[in-house]
Design a binder for this molecule. Structure first.
Ligand SMILES: Nc1nc2c(ncn2[C@@H]2O[C@H](COP(=O)(O)OP(=O)(O)O)[C@@H](O)[C@H]2O)c(=O)[nH]1
Ligand SMILES: [Mg+2]
Length: 185
């Protein structure tokens, strides 16, 4: 008989505005194992997408024999309070997805930095900018300046396509590396 290896569980939160690629990112990493709940969009967002995520996305990713990362996508709306509870234990950090396709992406960045400021003070943060293929401005340097101005000059900000597994893997690795350079990814 072989003994069952003890598995360490970590949690990562994906947040950001509607359409930024949170669901796509978790799907890229977890494939069919993604659990998601989509509902009819509110009036506010109906013009952008037919449906928008109002409930949690969830998926798991095995990063080694003994380590599993649980990925959670927040709703696009402004109800983040319950996420704290989820991340209280073994929360590794926050991946902020910002869509360059929205009208004021740098304002979106500021909004989410503020919404999560207590969380960010305690844990790791990386920023992934999506839809740069559709709209090149503002560029990554502008995001970097914005982060610097907000006191987050050391935070990694990467251009990603949420549909590309490789891109999202790099984002996750950047987060894991901040937490512990020895965690395999
Ligand atoms: N062109 C382009 N489309 C993207 C990119 N990232 C995500 N998408 C698409 O953008 C749409 C919204 O993504 P979704 O994951 O639903 O966003 P969510 O609201 O944050 O969960 C989907 O149709 C994705 O396929 C990107 O970098 N470029
Ligand atoms: Mg979604």
């Amino acid at each position: 008989m072989h003994t069952k290896k003890k598995v360490a569980n970590y949690k990562i939160l994906f947040s950001g505005p509607v359409g930024a690629g949170k669901t796509s990112a978790i799907r890229s990493l977890c494939g069919d194992k993604l659990l998601t709940t989509e509902e009819e969009a509110s009036d506010m967002t109906r013009h952008r997408k037919k449906t928008t995520t109002v409930a949690l996305d969830y998926g798991t990713l095995r990063i080694s024999d003994s380590e599993v990362v649980h990925l959670y996508g927040t709703p696009g709306q402004e109800r983040f309070d319950f996420m704290w509870e989820i991340l209280r234990e073994n929360g590794l950090g926050l991946i902020l997805m910002i869509s360059n396709g929205r009208p004021s992406p740098l304002a979106d960045l500021r909004f989410f930095l503020d919404a999560f400021k207590e969380f960010i003070a305690k844990t790791a943060l990386v920023v992934g900018v999506t839809h740069l293929d559709e709209k090149p401005a503002p560029d990554i340097a502008a995001y970097r300046n914005e982060l610097k101005a907000a006191g987050h000059g050391a935070i990694p900000v990467l251009e990603v396509d949420a549909r590309a597994k490789q891109d999202i893997s790099i984002l996750v690795q950047a987060l894991l590396y901040q937490v512990d350079p020895n965690i395999p990814a």
